[in-house]
Design a protein around this ligand. Structure first.
Ligand SMILES: *[C@@H]1O[C@H](CO)[C@@H](O)[C@H](O)[C@H]1NC(C)=O
Ligand SMILES: *[C@@H]1O[C@H](CO)[C@@H](O)[C@H](O)[C@H]1NC(C)=O
Ligand SMILES: *[C@@H]1O[C@H](CO)[C@@H](O)[C@H](O)[C@H]1NC(C)=O
Ligand SMILES: *[C@@H]1O[C@H](CO)[C@@H](O)[C@H](O)[C@H]1NC(C)=O
Ligand SMILES: *[C@@H]1O[C@H](CO)[C@@H](O)[C@H](O)[C@H]1NC(C)=O
Ligand SMILES: *[C@@H]1O[C@H](CO)[C@@H](O)[C@H](O)[C@H]1NC(C)=O
Ligand SMILES: *[C@@H]1O[C@H](CO)[C@@H](O)[C@H](O)[C@H]1NC(C)=O
Ligand SMILES: *[C@@H]1O[C@H](CO)[C@@H](O)[C@H](O)[C@H]1NC(C)=O
Ligand SMILES: *[C@@H]1O[C@H](CO)[C@@H](O)[C@H](O)[C@H]1NC(C)=O
Ligand SMILES: *[C@@H]1O[C@H](CO)[C@@H](O)[C@H](O)[C@H]1NC(C)=O
Ligand SMILES: *[C@@H]1O[C@H](CO)[C@@H](O)[C@H](O)[C@H]1NC(C)=O
Length: 838
């Protein structure tokens, strides 16, 4: 005998000693023993107490709750039902990943009151003979792979109190016979696969306390007879295909504690029915075409912990008492038409406030400064001053209504983001920027006024869930598996914004991958379904997107979706939206809603300056228009110059009011009074110093020599061109200083200095050939951009190793461009005059 078996036996023997003697002596009904033995054999599970042919020895004793972990698989017997025989009354096989069907032999267990087989991988139909197990009070087969229709025979289970068959792959509709289950108190049928209308016979189920029936293809009007179930405490109908409105009969459901109705279509509802349902702790009425105002008596809902009215058409002001509810922690009001101001007072226990996409105006109340507050005011019409900006995450002014940043002065043609992760460079050289900031249930992040991300929503019952999935197994079928190491996930609404894009048609490439949730194989952990909708520019492009289905059922496989979208107001919105579909909690709580790994946005129009293959006529027209505008520009410049001399600051501000204007004193402090120890080098137009601004930012300050022969006009030219030209391989201009005769430029600072210093300097780095190659390639990209794509085009004319800076990751950045004369469209590229220094 093996040691394990011996120990088992010992353990079982000691257990049976604890069991009442009467039970131990009474034999179990032999037909039930045969059935149980056969069932466990088919399911490949062992049950040690079958040892002496009496399973009721070692079964849960009368006083033990079979839910206890020690009894799995477990049975419970009753030895006083018939004289001289024990009968199996309870059977539990929970989360053991049992495979197979529901065997015929179950038919013999006629004394069962409790049958719980959830979280396995059972297949095949729900057999009709279950309807003959008339003693059943609890029947649960949730989270399996059962299919076929729900047998009408289940209507025979008159003693049934709990019925649970959610998260399966059933089909057809609910049989009207189930309306006979008048003792039913709890019904869990989310994600079951059943559709059609809910039969009217269900009006009789007036003892119902809990109904969870989300994510099924139910059609027709949301049933009004549920209003007769006045004992209901919990009702969930999300992600079905019901039509509104919410029936007025629901106003009788005053016992409700948890009410979640979402995604009703066609006809709107008002919140009138809520009037007397005041014991609610969770109230979710999301995406239901709700209209009207927030009830004025909302202050009486003192038990409310979570309130979600988002994605509706509510109007009017936010009632002050709403922010004064003693239990409220989560409040979602986004995507309505609420107006007026944000209430000036808020209890500090309210920690999540979503006010995004409304028409709120005025300034921010002082409570926005509260620590740990998750507040989204994206896409409203609020006014901010500088003190407000320090309170909110920066860039919020960029993502107010109409997304004003750079509107009318677009600067960008593309962006790429590694969602949820650090910066990655793909094999084709595209830099996918880091997008790994910590987001909360109502928050956003703005990157350099170029792009932004916004998250709204809190994961079902697991409030602490993070909004990033890390350390995912990499997608193996792609050139860039690292892009799939992380994903940004959201339980509600995940938006990405492109800001300041040139107008035109863009290619939007979205990359997804579903993760492996277990070691593989046919397990209940695989039964989860993630489903969400994809909107671009407000239009729903894909409904019910399921990453795993799109990958042919596979996990860890890259799935890409490409779209062409029109950018007409310098603004792009990618919106991933959870419409209540999919499973909620498989394999873990909170496994649902949008998930995305990477985004790439590129122009579909030819980059500026490479229109060579157009017809002669177009070239001619373009050229003459070009010439004309250049002449116009010169005339305007000339006139301006004549009119105003000495107010260059105004001119600078006119060019770009985003440009930072530094004071001379500030820069003198930053550079230690232009101390020679801070000197980084000497360029053609003056020395460059390293500086540290008061906010801790490191910068490079170029002090232009007043004697530099092009002086002021050169300075103006540099400002106007460099501020408009941005590329990852070009040094970024932060701002400038113009005070008296001093002219200074403030650039981003690069620790690794310039290429010549890296190659030949005192502390030369060792660069391997792949790095050298990537530096060459990057520099070439920067140059190509300057020469071909930037607006205006700039010919560098002073390319040399000392003008190529390297950032911390050894990405090359070209500097000193724009110091040379602007490239003049009329002239040829061929010019041998060197503009800068040798
Ligand atoms: C066993 O059955 C008898 C008779 O129906 C009942 O009174 C008793 O409560 C049952 N015992 C258990 C533990 O269910
Ligand atoms: C069991 O037997 C006793 C005496 O023989 C009898 O009084 C009782 O009714 C029987 N009970 C059942 C459930 O058959
Ligand atoms: C259920 O029991 C009845 C009466 O004993 C029998 O006629 C019927 O065939 C059974 N149904 C199933 C599906 O086994
Ligand atoms: C669910 O059932 C349908 C047929 O009704 C079938 O096409 C599909 O493959 C099944 N899905 C799973 C996950 O078993
Ligand atoms: C359901 O309730 C309505 C009133 O709300 C009542 O008229 C109707 O008779 C009830 N139906 C049943 C079957 O009890
Ligand atoms: C609401 O809750 C209170 C306190 O728990 C309870 O007394 C009251 O009966 C409840 N109201 C309804 C309609 O269930
Ligand atoms: C908030 O509640 C407190 C007490 O519950 C009350 O004194 C105060 O007036 C309320 N404020 C608002 C704005 O409703
Ligand atoms: C949000 O609100 C806008 C405007 O009311 C509406 O067009 C849009 O469909 C809503 N829903 C989503 C998912 O964006
Ligand atoms: C925001 O700015 C307004 C107007 O200047 C001011 O009244 C308000 O107190 C500021 N709020 C915060 C939180 O600084
Ligand atoms: C903020 O949250 C952290 C962690 O959840 C907690 O330790 C801290 O006390 C909170 N601070 C405030 C001001 O609520
Ligand atoms: C983002 O990623 C970078 C690089 O891995 C890391 O240094 C930084 O701490 C991350 N930020 C957050 C908020 O996790």
């Amino acid at each position: 005998m093996k040691l394990v078996e011996f120990l088992c036996l010992l353990c079982c023997m000691s257990l049976s000693l604890l069991i009442s003697t009467s039970q131990a002596q009474t034999p179990t009904d032999p037909s039930e023993v045969r059935a149980l033995t056969s069932i466990f054999e088919q399911w490949g599970i062992s049950y040690v107490t079958l040892l002496d042919g009496n399973p009721c020895i070692g079964a849960a004793v009368d006083t033990t709750d079979i839910e206890n972990r020690d009894f799995n698989p477990g049975i419970k017997c009753n030895c006083s039902l018939t004289n001289g025989t024990c009968h199996i009354t309870q059977l539990k096989v929970y989360a053991l990943n049992v495979r197979g069907v529901l065997p015929e032999e179950l038919r013999s267990l006629t004394f069962l009151t409790y049958l719980k087989l959830h979280q396995n991988f059972l297949t095949g139909p729900l057999p009709a003979f279950l309807g003959n197990l008339s003693a059943l009070q609890t029947l649960s087969v949730s989270i399996n792979a059962l299919s076929g229709p729900i047998p009408p025979q289940l209507g025979g289970l008159r003693n049934l109190r709990i019925l649970s068959f959610g998260s399966n792959n059933f089909s057809g509709s609910l049989p009207p016979e189930l309306g006979s289950l008048v003792n039913l108190e709890q019904m869990y049928i989310d994600s079951a696969g059943v559709g059609g209308q809910i039969p009217r016979t269900f009006v009789n189920l007036v003892n119902m306390q809990v109904l969870w029936a989300s994510n099924n293809p139910f059609t027709g009007s949301i049933p009004d007879f549920i209003g007769n179930w006045t004992k209901l405490t919990s009702l969930r109908l999300q992600g079905n295909s019901f039509q509104g409105p919410i029936p007025s009969s629901y106003s009788s459901l005053t016992s409700l504690i948890d009410l979640r109705i979402s995604d009703l279509t066609d006809v709107g509802s008002s919140l009138e029915f809520l009037r007397d349902i005041k014991n609610l702790t969770v109230l979710t009425l999301r995406n239901n075409l709700l209209s009207g105002t927030i009830p004025s008596n909302i202050g009486e809902y003192q038990q409310l912990q979570r309130l979600d009215f988002s994605f509706n058409n509510l109007v009017g002001q936010i009632p002050g008492p709403l922010f004064n509810l003693s239990s409220l922690s989560y409040l979602f009001l986004g995507n309505n038409s609420l107006s007026g101001i944000i209430p000036p007072e808020k209890l500090s226990s309210l920690l999540t406030v979503d006010l995004s996409y409304n028409r709120l105006s005025g300034s921010l109340p002082s409570w926005v400064a509260q620590r740990n507050l998750s507040l989204s005011v994206v896409a409203n019409s609020l006014t901010f001053d500088s003190s407000n900006n320090s309170v909110l995450a920066s860039g919020i002014n960029c993502i107010q209504r109409n997304f004003p940043c750079n509107r009318g002065s677009p600067r960008y043609f593309s962006f790429a983001i590694n969602c949820g992760g650090p910066q990655k460079t793909s094999t084709d050289g595209t830099v996918f920027e880091a997008e790994n900031s910590t987001l909360g249930p109502a928050s956003y992040y703005v990157q350099d006024d170029r792009w932004a991300v916004s998250n709204i929503g809190v994961f079902g019952e697991s409030f602490g869930a993070p909004y990033i999935q890390n350390n995912l197994a990499q997608a193996s079928d792609t050139l860039d598996p690292e892009l799939f190491e992380t994903a940004r996930v959201s339980p509600g609404s995940l938006r990405y914004f492109g800001l300041g894009l040139e107008n035109g048609i863009y290619n939007v490439n979205l990359q997804f991958s579903e993760t492996d949730q277990d070691e593989g194989g046919r397990t209940w952990q695989r039964l989860g379904r993630r489903v969400f909708d994809i909107y671009l520019q407000g239009n729903r492009e894909i409904k019910d997107f399921n990453i795993r289905n799109a990958a042919g059922g596979a996990v860890n496989r890259a799935v890409q979706r490409d779209f062409k979208v029109q950018v007409s107001e310098n603004f792009l919105e990618i919106h991933l939206f959870w419409a209540g579909k999919g499973t909620c909690c498989i394999p873990v709580q909170g496994f649902y809603g949008p998930s995305i790994s990477a985004i790439r946005v590129t122009p579909d129009f030819p980059p500026m300056g490479s229109k060579k293959n157009r017809t002669g006529m177009i070239v001619g027209i373009t050229l003459s228009i070009g010439l004309l505008s250049i002449i116009c520009a010169f005339i305007i410049l000339y006139l301006r110059r004549k009119r105003s001399s000495g107010n260059e600051e105004e001119e600078l501000l006119g060019i770009d009011n985003r440009l930072n204007i530094f004071s001379y004193a500030e820069l003198r402090t930053a550079t230690g009074d232009f101390n020679s120890t801070n000197k980084l080098g000497e360029g053609g137009f003056g020395p460059v110093y390293k500086g540290i601004l008061s906010d801790g930012r490191e910068v490079a300050v170029k002090k232009l020599l007043v004697t530099s022969h092009q002086g002021k006009s050169q300075f103006v030219a540099e400002i106007s061109t460099i501020s408009a030209v941005q590329h990852r391989n070009l040094v970024k201009l932060y701002g400038c200083c113009i005070e008296g005769s001093s002219r200074l430029l403030v650039y981003e600072y690069h620790k690794n200095k310039s290429l010549d210093q890296v190659l030949f300097g005192k502390n030369a780095l060792h660069l391997d050939w792949p790095t050298r190659y990537s530096i060459c390639l990057g520099a070439a990209r920067g140059l190509a951009y300057l020469h071909e794509e930037s607006k205006p085009r700039i010919i560098h004319r002073d390319v040399k190793a000392s003008n190529i800076l390297l950032d911390i990751e050894l990405n090359p950045k070209i500097s000193d461009f724009g110091l040379a004369k602007l490239y003049d469209d009329k002239k040829t590229h061929i010019s041998t005059r060197i503009a800068g220094t040798m």
